[in-house]
Design a protein around this ligand. Structure first.
Ligand SMILES: *Cc1c(COP(=O)(O)O)cnc(C)c1O
Length: 375
């Protein structure tokens, strides 16, 4: 293969579509601070995500920190280590202690049956991750939160466009945080948003992202700067027009991967979830070395030889980061450990050619024969 195939390729509109969109910016000289593009994108995304309230932010990570700050949490936050660094860093940077809960084998999301045993008198919130776009057990998590008086913030970075029982995924928990980073299903170059149901909380998000100011510009509390600028919002307006079509294309590709890989022993993947409309954000496979005959790293290398770059998302677990070691106790999460050892995220983006998908599957299929021979 001539050009390297990377795990993702950022969605961008036609050049002219973007230049048309940013013309107004030249007319108004309004570059940031909740201008026209920002207002328009906020309204359109609110509708698309079916959110009661939505606050745009400059990126998903600061959206997460803003949400945590606004919630005035203290002490411990129960979360999972099978995620991107951002989730755990946000908790720690806000002065809180992450408590790691194990994940489930079928969806890689937080194991709702292991949350209660981790609750102490210091616990103030649960911060689960809809990892790869797989939806957490929303009902059970809500029950636990109610029973113990805990807040719930969902890291919904992977779930733009996902619905549960027809409802936008951002309408669950006290807040849900999305990422619109270049590598995500929907991008504003860099960007993010916080969705919530409570207007007071929404106003606090707005204030914290804008130096603690209210809409009149008076400082009413402590805040930072997490505002989305007009060029980001303009990119979002363009990309949003193509999102539904792009998710459909992703679905076709995922179905093709599933069809080709389902017969290979030692290779498994997450199925469609009941009552969930997916966004096909990622296609991770789990390599079981015993059955497949080769480990995850070897499969990754095999693809690399063909100029195909799969990624070891999410490995290592965030609980293994050296920077946390002396800060707080680290809970063991055996299932997350095993998944992180075997997981490999395959290339997936809307215009990924089907012939390349076929080739990737063929490499994995032949790889297994090698594995069997080595036994
Ligand atoms: C991408 C991501 C974030 C952070 O979003 P950015 O927009 O890149 O700052 C947070 N959590 C998860 C799980 C992510 O994948």
């Amino acid at each position: 293969m001539d050009n390297p195939i990377l795990v993702t390729k950022s969605s961008i509109p036609a050049f002219e579509e973007y230049t048309e969109e940013i013309k107004d910016i030249w007319n108004t000289h309004w570059l940031s601070n909740m201008g026209i593009k920002h207002q328009k994108l906020e309204a359109e995304l609110k509708r698309y995500l079916q959110a009661d309230y939505l606050t745009l932010c400059t990126n998903g990570h600061l959206a997460l920190e803003t949400a945590i700050q606004a919630m005035q949490l203290t002490g411990e936050v129960i979360t999972t280590p099978f995620t991107f660094a951002s989730t755990t860093h946000a908790i720690v940077r806000c002065g809180l202690t992450p408590v790691f809960c194990d994940i489930k084998e079928d969806t890689y999301t937080i194991d709702e049956n292991k949350i209660e045993e981790l609750i102490t008198e210091r616990t103030s919130a649960i911060l689960p991750v809809h990892v790869y776009g797989n939806v957490c057990n929303l009902e059970k998590i809500e029950q636990i939160a109610l029973k113990y008086g805990l807040k719930v913030i969902y890291d919904a970075a992977h779930t733009v466009g996902v619905t549960y029982q027809g409802k936008g995924i951002g309408s669950f928990g006290d807040a849900s945080v999305f990422s619109f980073h270049a590598t995500k299903v929907f991008n504003t170059i860099e960007g993010g948003a916080i969705c919530c149901k409570d207007i007071t909380l929404h106003e606090r998000f707005y204030s914290i992202k804008n130096f603690g100011m209210n809409t009149e510009g008076e400082v009413i509390g402590l805040g930072g700067n997490a505002k989305m600028n007009e060029f980001q919002a303009a990119m979002g307006l363009c990309n949003l027009r193509h999102l539904t079509e792009n998710i459909e294309k992703r679905k076709q590709i995922v179905n093709r991967y599933r069809k080709h890989l389902q017969e290979i022993s030692g290779i498994t993947f997450v199925d469609e979830q009941d009552k969930v409309q997916h966004n096909y954000a990622y296609f991770p496979i789990l390599v079981d070395q015993k059955q497949y005959g080769m480990n995850r790293d070897e499969v990754c290398d095999l693809l690399k030889e063909a100029n195909i770059f799969a990624r070891k998302y999410f490995y290592p677990l965030t609980s293994e980061f050296g920077c946390y070691r002396k800060l707080f106790p680290i809970q063991r999460t055996p299932i997350a450990e095993r998944i992180a050892e075997g997981i490999l995220t395959l290339p997936l983006y809307p215009d990924l050619e089907w012939s390349i998908v076929d080739q990737i599957c063929e490499i994995i299929r032949i790889g297994q024969r090698h594995g069997e021979k080595n036994d």
